[in-house]
Design a binder for this molecule. Structure first.
Ligand code: C2E
Ligand code: MG
Ligand code: MG
Ligand code: MG
Length: 288
């Protein structure tokens, strides 16, 4: 059903910008052509963004974020080229490249930290995601319980038995699932009930309103309570101030990401991680 619905909206492709805008922009700048070349060459690299445990302030995982240095243009934001890749049928190759590169790199770290990888909702049909994960985990030897997959709430994840089965298959492999950008756009509470997410990532939009918007604070508190009641963990995105951190901590948000904690970086400063309590060795993240 999801596939049929997606087809109706444009050939199984999901995009954030309007198709007209994306098409016009893409045509006028040759972006898609350059992106095609980049995909063929694997001309991407990764940045890593830490997430900390709010209570202990220890780094628990890193999120892989794709970067593209477009010849003659410098670094292009994924917020711009991911929708073009989704519209142009290139996203699966990019996501597969990122997943492989991220798992491989994480295998070389001396600490068995968790990693989180974003994948486009375009994957959610025909069981392609479980197959890709199985292949990449086998190839790289990464422990499945070190991997989390982030699916953005940007796209509508309508009720679909096939998608639910597919996501359950992923979890059965020991890989965790996060719902990214929660609270924006296509917010649908039934998504939380229908699909087996382990973690909900609270969108930056809510975090930024903390401290000066009572209504956004009330919604944030309620979302955190709900997530907890459903047995999932929460991670707040885009935390930039101590005040935001204090609010989220006080209301039971388990994990924090944002410029206050650390910006995305190309390589990990491994020896500096969690060094203030180096007597307790960092444990691999458990799968539950
Ligand atoms: P996301 O997964 O929600 O990632 C968080 C984005 O917010 C990142 O932008 C990050 O740099 C930014 N950010 C994090 N903390 C802060 C903060 O405190 N302040 C501000 N101003 N920004 C913050 P980035 O790297 O540009 O990525 C944008 C989006 O592109 C990601 O949002 C994700 O949806 C998508 N994306 C990135 N890599 C991939 C990928 O490999 N595959 C797919 N399908 N999508 C990706
Ligand atoms: Mg993400
Ligand atoms: Mg996010
Ligand atoms: Mg976000």
């Amino acid at each position: 059903a999801a596939l049929a619905a997606a087809k109706k909206h444009g050939d199984g492709r999901h995009c954030r910008a309007t198709p007209q805008l994306t098409a016009a922009y893409t045509l006028s700048t040759g972006l898609e052509q350059d992106l095609q070349a980049a995909v063929a060459q694997g001309a991407f690299h990764l940045n890593w963004m830490p997430a900390i445990d709010t209570a202990t302030e220890r780094v628990v995982s890193f999120e892989a974020l794709v970067r593209w240095n477009r010849p003659g243009h410098g670094e292009v934001s994924p917020a711009l080229f991911i929708p073009v890749a989704e519209a142009g049928g290139l996203i699966e190759q990019i996501d597969a490249w990122v997943l492989r590169a991220a798992c491989k790199e994480a295998q070389s770290w001396e600490q068995a930290l968790g990693i989180s990888v974003n994948v486009s909702p375009v994957w959610l049909s025909h069981s392609r995601l479980p197959n890709l994960l199985k292949r990449v985990l086998e190839e790289t030897g990464l422990e499945p319980n070190r991997l989390q997959i982030e699916l953005s709430e940007r796209s509508s994840m309508e009720q679909d038995g096939n998608v639910r089965r597919e996501l359950s298959q992923v979890r059965a492999m020991g890989v965790r699932l996060a719902l990214d950008d929660f609270g924006t756009g296509y917010s649908c509470l039934s998504t939380l009930i229908t699909y087996p997410f382990d973690q909900i990532k609270l969108d930056r939009q809510f975090v930024q309103a903390l401290g000066h918007d009572r209504r956004a604070e009330a919604v944030t508190r309620s979302m955190l309570q709900m997530v907890q009641a459903l047995g999932m963990t929460s991670c707040a995105e885009g935390v930039e101030t101590e005040e935001q951190l204090a609010f989220l901590d006080a209301h039971g948000c388990e994990e924090i990401q944002g410029y206050l904690i650390g910006r995305p970086i190309p390589k990990l400063p491994l020896r500096k991680l969690n060094q203030d309590d180096s007597d307790t060795a960092l444990e691999p993240i458990s799968s539950d």
